[in-house]
Design a protein around this ligand. Sequence first.
Ligand code: NAD
Length: 260
Amino acid sequence: MSYTIDLSGRVALVTGASSGLGWQFARVLARAGAAVTLCGRRIERLKELRAAIEADGGDAHVVRLDVTDTDSIGAAVAHTETEVGNIDILVNNAGISVSGRLTELAPDDFDSVFATNTRGAFFVAQEVARRMIARAQGAAPGTWAGGRIVNIASVAGLRAVPQLGVYAMSKAAVVHMTRAMALEWGRFGINVNAVCPGYIDTEINHEFWSTEGGRRMLEALPRKRVGRAEDLDLVLLMLAAGQSHFVNGAVVVADDGFAL
Ligand code: NAD
């Protein structure tokens, strides 16, 4: 007997889909049958991804979104709901990192990390959840299929990591934001969960792995290895699936044991 996760008929929106984890999350959701809106600022990259998904037989749409701009968030969500369909699954993935000692970071570094990772994720979720809640309240009994919001936090949101203090603070806020959202929106059939990845080789850190510090970090990792974006496929699918309706406010750590 096999077990399947079928997202046919569901609409997913992925932020920061132009590279790394967002790119892979979009592909996985599309392979599971969802119509996926690819959101980000690098439109040419998103078009490449759309072509790859379509070549796989999937359904993808490109929408410009800068998560630091609330007008852009409202426009991207409205456009998706008009052109693609009501959003069932949000993957709140866009993020940036800044590294350096706490004593060295400038106010702009602090503000940009929080504006993207924390404030951006909050207002994207708020915009999507308001619409989900309205649909939940307007639905005839037994017809609301529920919503899924997956916030991509980080293992750095659970433990302090050298040189990544402010990034870690922004992700710790995402972890707690997840719980607050799950508490408030659970009664509307919206499940909000967080994924805390460990180190995955993507644009955000690719250069780092060939530096002296990167090599030292690799040696210090429990299994001396960095993950690949595909290593999170099943975690994402599990949290996006209808079958996970009893999982709400969870913080799923996928870090190869780094946080232990
Ligand atoms: P990445 O740099 O490849 O992807 C981040 C994406 O977010 C990029 O496509 C970027 O353009 C987009 N983005 C940044 N600012 C944006 C904005 N204002 N509006 C819209 N899009 C914006 O890196 P990644 O590793 O794929 O990161 C994805 C998420 O995973 C991030 O939230 C990151 O913090 C988190 N994460 C990554 C790792 C890792 O080791 N790679 C570990 C833990 C958590």
